[in-house]
Design a protein around this ligand. Structure first.
Ligand SMILES: Nc1ncnc2c1ncn2[C@@H]1O[C@H](COP(=O)(O)OP(=O)(O)OP(=O)(O)O)[C@@H](O)[C@H]1O
Ligand SMILES: [Mg+2]
Length: 253
């Protein structure tokens, strides 16, 4: 099985604060990989490193076999040009806690923007696919609505459709439901479950342990910039081996 994401000894510091202290992990193609851990443990930073929104200080990150952000020549690494980084990023969809939709564009326009501007797709093609994607996330009737006219959960589903419009091979979710009112969480998780069933490779930072247990193939518990424990979600959640994992889970479960 080829790894969609491979991290080898990934280190990241901000100033003299070490946030990632050597992350090693592998995400298989088609896998739903859940990442949990306390606030400040480095989960978002790690996700941001995967699409080179943050530069790493040591180690290697590969997506689909390709080194992220650098080219290696002999033992030396050379940082890629912005255009090359942008090309790598196109294959990676990212959904944040806050939906970050373009406020002056309708749902449909939000979803067509990147395929037209970045990939040079025709407007007609992009619009047709955007319509299908909005259907898929249960918002076929909201194509003409502006973000301000949509609930948080609906906006988040538009954000997922927008990421999917680029036909990514990997989707990164950073606490996609944690800013939502509880009654809106389910619809977003349903969309993510559907996406998982379609075979998408997903890394999901989440506090939704039910989702991790039911949909996740792997679960990693991170604390203070290291992977403390990993395994099948059911095992880690019901029978954690490490004290730190036990103590964290006792607070969130
Ligand atoms: N741009 C930055 N500059 C300086 N420090 C940063 C920056 N981004 C993150 N940090 C620090 O890195 C550490 C890890 O932050 P990160 O956002 O990755 O944690 P997290 O696990 O996602 O937490 P949360 O669950 O609260 O989202 C924190 O101590 C944070 O203050
Ligand atoms: Mg975070």
């Amino acid at each position: 099985m080829t790894a969609m994401v491979k991290a080898e000894g990934v280190h990241k510091s901000f100033g003299n604060v070490q946030v990632l202290k050597g992350i090693d992990l592998e995400v298989a193609t088609g896998e739903v990989f859940c990442l949990i851990g306390p606030s400040g443990s480095g989960k978002s930073t790690f996700l941001r490193c995967i699409n080179h929104l943050e530069k790493i200080n040591a180690g290697r990150l590969y997506v689909d076999g390709e080194l992220v952000g650098y080219r290696q020549k002999g033992q030396k690494l050379y940082e890629l040009r912005d255009t090359e980084v942008a090309r790598q990023r196109r294959d990676i969809g990212m959904v944040f806690q806050r939906f970050n939709l373009f406020p002056h564009m309708t749902a449909l326009e939000n979803v067509t923007e990147a395929p037209v501007q970045v990939k040079g797709e025709s407007k007609a093609t992009a619009r047709e696919r955007a319509g299908q994607l909005l259907e898929r996330v249960g918002l076929g009737d909201k194509a003409k609505s502006y973000p301000s006219q949509l609930s948080g959960g609906q906006q988040q589903r538009v954000a997922i459709a927008r990421a999917l419009a680029m036909e990514p091979k990997l989707m990164l979710f950073d606490e996609p439901t944690s800013a939502l009112d509880p009654e809106l969480v389910g619809d977003v998780l349903d969309v993510m479950r559907d996406l998982a069933e379609s075979g998408m490779t997903m890394i999901v930072v989440t506090h939704e342990m039910g989702f991790a247990r039911e949909v996740g193939d792997s679960l990693v518990f991170m604390d203070e910039g290291v992977v403390v424990e990993s395994g099948h979600p059911r095992e880690v959640l019901t029978d954690p081996r490490h004290e730190r994992t036990k103590s964290f889970l006792s607070k969130v479960l």
